[in-house]
Design a protein around this ligand. Structure first.
Ligand code: NAD
Ligand code: DAU
Length: 358
């Protein structure tokens, strides 16, 4: 048997492909468009591995997806492919609608036609697993209970609105056509291979380069952090034993204000790679203008996946963040390679806008 992973050259998708092939020998087809966020070096360790096939292409390219499904007959599609960065969605929402909404729609249609044409045995085992986010639930008040799967869908950014739209399409394809779908809504991931436009890797690479560590607004926005390999193990679990048509929230019970995340990274770097001038990295922290529409707090109630499927994260935040910082220190060539001209253009555009104070 084979699985088709989309977006497998990005942060979570690449960790998933690596994690999958560490756990089993079932081949993986990786369909990825290779946008700025897709990086084939993330999968360098699989060169020559007969269990892995890479195909460059768009999930919205129906002819290509039809051809891949017919040729490889996968028993599951796991859809990671997306535009994923909230700040970019504010600067330019169009790509988010194209990939996250139209792309998911076309992928669902390809999956539906493929699945409907299968013989009963293959039809029964087929799964379409859609990887989504806690951001579809909107923002939480400080003392509100964490998001359950029944929470209202109230997305606030172009990114989260596009993901919410894709979740609705997936739900409807199950309800109307019976397509065997599963949806996961996960909190903020961190870990190796995280592109340094996102908070944790940006802080690590900026700190080491002697640059400012930009904290939006008052730095008291709360995110719920999960080590990326725990997200991968949760997806494997949902794929194996999740109930069809269900949504599973995935989280690490690790709510932390952004400023605490930044301070933790600084303190780890102080231990592992102290500055040569004897000062702490915290002196580089700079408060900058806030993100428009910035959600104040996300928190995932992960009891359903624990109760029904027996999944729990393996890492604590302390163990996961230490591993992560160490990974960046050990991979300066990866960091240099992703900080291409295009990356520098983005950083200039995003942070020039924010110069000055909160
Ligand atoms: P990422 O931006 O690092 O990677 C996205 C990947 O998708 C890239 O390799 C890119 O080339 C590919 N891609 C983009 N458009 C495509 C298209 N039209 N066709 C094929 N491939 C395309 O994203 P990530 O952080 O790895 O997130 C993966 C998924 O997980 C996304 O769906 C995201 O919404 C979801 N998610 C992310 C987080 C997080 O904290 N990063 C948390 C919860 C859910
Ligand atoms: O909650 C899950 C989501 O987490 C995923 O669906 C998204 O794909 C993923 O990008 C992430 O979204 P966030 O917006 O929470 O992640 P980001 O790393 O961009 O920001 C985390 C927090 O840190 C957020 O409150 C904004 C803040 N921030 C971010 C950057 C890049 C800063 O204060 N400074 C920064 O420079």
């Amino acid at each position: 048997m084979t699985i088709l992973v989309t977006g497998g050259a990005g942060f979570i998708g690449a960790n998933f492909v690596l994690d999958w092939l560490e756990h089993c020998d079932e081949p993986v087809i990786n369909l990825d468009k290779l946008t700025y966020a897709g990086n084939l070096h993330n999968l360098d360790s699989l060169q020559g591995d007969v269990r892995y096939i890479f195909v460059q292409g768009d999930i919205g390219d129906r002819a290509l997806v039809d051809k891949l499904l017919a040729a490889h007959q996968p028993r599951a599609i796991i859809n990671f492919a997306a535009e994923s960065h909230v700040d970019r969605s504010i600067h330019g929402p169009e790509d988010f609608i194209q990939t996250n909404v139209v792309g998911t729609f076309r992928l669902l249609e390809a999956a539906r036609h493929y699945w409907q044409a299968q013989a009963d045995a293959s039809k029964n085992i087929f799964r379409f697993l859609h990887v989504s986010t806690d951001e579809v639930y909107g923002t939480l008040a400080h003392d509100a209970p964490a998001f359950t799967e029944d929470h209202k869908i109230e997305p606030n950014s172009p990114y989260s609105a596009s993901k919410a739209a894709s979740d609705h399409l997936v739900r409807a394809w199950h309800h109307t056509y019976g397509l065997p779908v599963l949806t996961t809504n996960c909190s903020n991931n961190y870990g190796p291979l995280h592109f340094p436009e996102k908070l944790i890797p940006l802080i690590i690479v900026n700190a080491l380069a002697g640059k400012n560590l930009p904290v939006y607004g008052d730095g008291m926005q709360i995110r719920d952090w999960l080590y990326v390999r725990d997200h991968c193990s949760a997806i494997r679990r949902v794929l194996d034993t999740g109930r069809l048509g269900e949504t599973y929230n995935i989280g690490g019970w690790n709510e932390k204000p952004n400023i605490e995340i930044v301070q933790t990274v600084c303190r780890l770097l102080d231990q592992l790679r102290p500055r040569t001038d004897g000062q702490g990295y915290e002196t580089q922290i700079t408060y900058v203008k806030d993100r428009p529409g910035h959600d104040r707090r996300y928190a995932i109630d992960a009891r359903k996946i624990e109760r029904e499927l027996g999944w729990k994260p393996a890492e604590t935040f302390d163990t996961g963040i230490r591993k992560t910082v160490q990974w960046y220190l050990d991979h300066p060539e990866w960091v240099a390679q992703v900080q291409s001209g295009a990356y520098r253009d983005w950083v200039a555009k995003q942070y020039e806008d924010k110069s000055g104070t909160a």
